[in-house]
Design a protein around this ligand. Structure first.
Ligand code: GLP
Length: 244
């Protein structure tokens, strides 16, 4: 666990780690495969990466990305889609190749969704696996949209959102009834296969951070499975560290 005085300092630290990894990979002619998250938490991180692209010449030409999750069903162009979120906060402002961007497709026909999810997993494998996975955390301990009860063996799939998650996320929608009931999310096994994981949390997440870091490993707190990963760091601010 790394504790910073403010979210800005935490976000800058993580942006620097990402930039270092991208440059290391560039210098040996390799792609850098990033797993990315949405939600309010990584917004400052993406803003810092955009700044580094504009002011420090950080290039994303060798970067391949896989996003954790997407609402289902949802149109890409909906202002509520994670597709729109990622383009607004990062992809529209850097030199990443559009073909290197992978976000679960909320428009995919339901009949073919199983196969689609298998292909999403296969794409990650084909890219050589995720070098660095960025995570946020839900107040119920979810990572991606893996709600409590998700199996450690779970893979990318269509799943049902908990009502507490829909209520928390309704702040982005006109009202609760507009929040999709389903989502496509990488599974816990998909996330745990990443070579390195950084989970970010700021503000009023102290109780769930304490349970995830110091509590027993249980499917009732999906983020607690991260204790079993050999290279996972929680980058949090002082408020989120309050119960540790
Ligand atoms: C959302 C996302 C998660 C995110 C979490 C926390 O539902 N699916 O990937 O980490 O909830 O969101 P926030 O960062 O806004 O607190």
């Amino acid at each position: 666990v790394k504790i910073f005085a403010t979210p800005t300092e935490g976000a800058i630290n993580v942006a620097n780690q990402i930039a270092t990894l991208i440059k290391e990979k560039q210098s040996i002619g390799e792609k850098c495969v990033l797993g990315l998250a949405t939600g309010s938490t990584p917004i400052k991180l993406y803003a810092e990466l955009v700044r580094m692209h504009k002011e420090d010449n950080l290039s994303f030409k060798n970067v391949v990305t896989f996003n954790l999750d997407e609402y289902y069903p949802i149109e890409k162009n909906s202002i509520h889609s994670y597709w729109s979120f990622m383009h607004k906060h990062l992809f529209n402002h850097v030199d990443i190749e559009p073909s290197n961007i992978h976000i679960p497709d909320g428009e995919w026909p339901k009949e073919g969704i199983r196969k689609y999810c298998e292909e999403f997993e296969a794409e990650i494998e084909k890219a050589g696996g995720i070098d660095l996975q960025i995570l946020g955390i839900g107040n119920n301990g979810h990572i991606g949209f893996n709600e409590p009860g998700s199996s450690i063996l779970s893979k990318t799939r269509l799943l049902v959102l908990e009502s507490s998650t829909r209520i928390a996320n309704s702040r982005d929608f006109a009202n609760l009834s507009k929040v999709p009931k389903l989502a496509i999310s990488m599974g816990l096994s998909t996330i745990l296969k990443a070579k390195k994981i950084i989970l970010l949390a700021w503000g009023n997440k102290a109780p769930i951070i304490a349970k995830s870091v110091e509590g027993s490993i249980t499917d009732q707190v999906p983020a607690s499975f991260l204790q079993q990963h050999e290279d996972c760091t929680f980058v949090i601010d002082e408020m989120a560290a309050n119960d540790l």
